[in-house]
Structures are given as structure tokens and as C-alpha cells.
Design a protein around this ligand. Sequence first.
Ligand SMILES: [Zn+2]
Length: 164
Amino acid sequence: MRCPFCRHDDTQVVDSRVSEDGAAIRRRRRCPACDKRFTTYERVELALPTVVKKDGTRVEFDRRKILSSMQLALRKRPVAAEAIDEAVARVEYQLLASGEREVRSERLGELVMDELRKLDKIAYVRFASVYKRFEDVSEFKNLIDEFGRSAADAPGPTSRKRQS
Ligand SMILES: [Zn+2]
């Protein structure tokens, strides 16, 4: 990008992050010719990366799947809906800011686990204990759905395992 001060046509990116509203990439730039700094907001096609499953199949990133999995892990836990939304947004920001076009499902699961750990330890353990064995977040959702039907008030997946 051209320097707006001296017109030098090669500037360096010092810092790069997703803007607050998630609709642009904010870049801090420095001109090596005149040493001035400036910020650009680049409206880009902010496409979330495609999720690559363990078997190599690719699926579109689905925010609702992430949200519902977190909500399930946090069921009956004292965490506000707004805090869960913010956690999902942080996962999205991290993916957008990475600039990668693809993300492995394991990596996505790790990002979700990191957020759950910050929100609620019980929910984190619930998710982590189950997630590791499954291919993606939606499978966790299926398992929890099933679990919810058979033992609505159980504290978590591990207790059922011990009983059986
Ligand atoms: Zn310059």
C-alpha cells in the first residue's frame, strides 16, 4: 500500500487485527521511507475459514453449531447468554484475524475449549471430556442431546459412564 505522506509505494504492516464490529481488518502500517505511521481499515470479504474434519471432508463454518454446543456445555450453569455470545464472537475473531482459509476441526474445538475454560470450569470439563473423542463440535451436540433425554439433571457425561 502506498504511503499517504511521501507516496512511497511499499509500506510495512506493523499490526493487524479485526475491527470491533468484525467487518474490517484494521492494519497499522509504517512507511520505511519517511517513517510515518498510519492505520488502514480494509473492508474485505470476511469469510470464515472452511472447517476441515479429521477425515478430510470440508464443511462451512457454522456459528450456530458453535453457539449451541457452548450453550449445551453451559446448561444450568450461571453464565449469562451475552457472555456466551461474546465467547463465540471471540472464536470468530480469532479465525478471521488468522487470515487462514481453512481450519482443522481439532483447532476449532480447542478455541471453543479455551473460551469455556474462561467462562465456567464445569462446562469446560463437560465439553473437554466428550469433545476429545469426537470428530467435531456438532457430534458433541448430538451426544449431549441424547444424554439430555436420558438423564436430564445429570451433572455431566462422566457420571453416566461410571454408572454403566
Ligand atoms: Zn512515507
